[in-house]
Write a protein that binds this ligand. Sequence first.
Ligand SMILES: *Cc1c(COP(=O)(O)O)cnc(C)c1O
Length: 248
Amino acid sequence: MSGPGADAARAEELAGRLAAVRERIAGACRAADRDPAEVELVAVTKTVPAEDVALLLDLGLGTFGENRVQEAGAKVERVAELRPAARPQWVLVGGLQRNKAGAAARWADRVESVDSIRVADALDRAVRRLLDTGGRAGPLPVLLQFSVDGDPRRGGVTGEDLVPLAEHVSGCPGLHLRGVMTVAPLGMDPDRAFSAAAAAAGRVRTRFPQATTLSAGMSGDLESAIGHGSSVVRVGTALLGRRPLASP
Ligand SMILES: *Cc1c(COP(=O)(O)O)cnc(C)c1O
């Protein structure tokens, strides 16, 4: 299907899904005695077309997560054409290779997947180059990706490397350390994963009081994450429907 009819149907579907996700967030906040205003909803739009991002902007969402630098760069430009008056915020939530840092620094308003000194340095250099040439207005807010179980396929730093990485990042002039992100390992009880992540984020915050963000919780486990103090939930499938099988 294509054309205005299909667009209206998709807009209606997304509106319903968004209402349901907001209701889940509100319910989890009630259960945890938290203010829903403390929990930011990032729509993870990897693999979905720019047209869906435009519809979510129309519905009042403003922050979008992507996990592939190149796919995102093209989408950012396309969304700007579709909704020139909007000012979406773009967040990189996926693994970052050093050779993609320059491209990511051009469109990312926040990077949540910093998990090594090498990646931090590459991003810092890229941001500072852009600051010098007017390609960015300010430093890049970053989160450190914490790995609960040390599985290298998911990325992230483990417990003992987290605070040293925070120290390094806090010394990078192009980066602003804002906190910690985590993905609960498949098959692990999310409560266990998020309580470990909350403790890790607490250790970082003790040293760096500005690092207040805990990005945790996705479509399947956002209630548990909010119960453990998450301040950012990253929701893909619950908002947009199932991704094509090829997606990571
Ligand atoms: C894909 C992805 C999400 C969203 O996952 P859903 O289960 O579709 O909500 C969140 N965080 C990261 C890092 C992702 O890669």
